[in-house]
Design a protein around this ligand. Sequence first.
Ligand code: G6P
Length: 479
Amino acid sequence: MKKRRTKIVATLGPASSSPESIEQLLLAGLDVARLNFSHGTADEHRQRVRMLREISARLGSHIAIMGDLQGPKIRIARFRDVQVILHRGQAFTLSNTHPANDGDEHIVGIDYPSLVRDCHPGDELLLDDGRVVLEVESVEEHAVHTRVIVGGPLSNNKGINRRGGGISAPSLTDKDRDDIRLAAELEVDYVAVSFPRYGRDIEQARRLVREAGSPAWIIAKIERAEAVADDAALDALIQASDGVMVARGDLGVEVGDARLVGIQKRIIQHARHQNKLVITATQMMESMIASPLPTRAEVSDVANAVLDYTDAVMLSGETASGKYPVEAVAAMARIAQGAEQEPMTTQSHHRVGLSFSRCDETIALASMYAANHFQGVKAIVSLTETGNTPLIMSRIRSGIPIFCFTPHPTTQRRAAMFRGVYSIPFDPTLYEPAAVSTEAIARLKASGVVQRGDWVILTKGDSYHSTGGTNTLKILTVD
Ligand code: G6P
């Protein structure tokens, strides 16, 4: 069977932080490790990164690390007895002034003054990812009075969303700023920004990441109803970022589960058309937190995201705190690879009929057209500084592997997120200009990917170390 193209992001947590379990996750197919800054201490994250780097170096794999910022998730405070049970029809108050540890079945604190400003009678508030639903009856200066529509248990620090979105928390908190500095210290490859509303939220995050000295690429988590309200809002967020995550937890609560699947497909398509990455996330293998096998619906969910041509599928609780982290990665890898056998994943009408704006983009897309149509092409080699050229290539559906040839470890790791792209360390400056292409093909042959007589497509520019300079497409045979 062909090498798997869809990448796997797995969240590290208490269930996956020993050297043994990290090694097993890598062997099972992890491509990108996610650090969830909503949980765990800085030292726990430091230790995980140290183990990841050591083990991946030993195994010779180029895995990426993504730091995921907590963002301004709006939460209730805590209950005197940790949990209460709310009953349909009863009154329940959210209060800015109520003591934080003293909630009960009538009232609980919130650490978020503007909720009061953003709520109006008739609004529906969804707590704990929609498990509990409250209808706003009246709003006072420091409190929102509600009636319980869907009751059930409610425990400490559960999240609050409003149906339809529209809660105006700023996108980066003080904790996020600290975590950006931690992400830079840990040399993560991606920083994911939670709850962005506008392109400027992403630009601000990017500025802070650069100020902290990190070249990490910025992923916008699409999880607010406003972000998908129309194509212009969605495209502006995509444009400002290097990639997006379909963050289905909060997004599903705000837009309603019935709209979510269609919106997921739209986000994936829009991201790819703008040459950006896309990750599909949340509850993909949820039942595997407690069970060694996925349900049929979960298999279908992962396979559908793969057929939609997502770059990566992501695991959260399954690997962070579940009972079967390795099995979850292995199941995802198996399902992705199976779905990729379907011919629709290798045939492309990507941007046919549209014009291109850049030379490197034109070469990248033309290479894929050539690779998909010229029989005998076994591999595409892209000489790259930042990974941008293979990224553009991998926006197109294809069964031909794309090799990211770069001397830079940052780029080798970053490319672990790109669908169908695999890194091979290679420094063109070590060779005479006329010998670079043959050296690159020899390197590919040595890694066992191609053999004598195969065709290979190679792209590069006129000079080395110039990002954006790709202007050449070569078709070569292996000898
Ligand atoms: C390498 C090649 C250059 C090419 C560049 C593209 O440095 O030697 O000839 O121009 O990659 O890098 P990019 O970051 O645009 O993919």
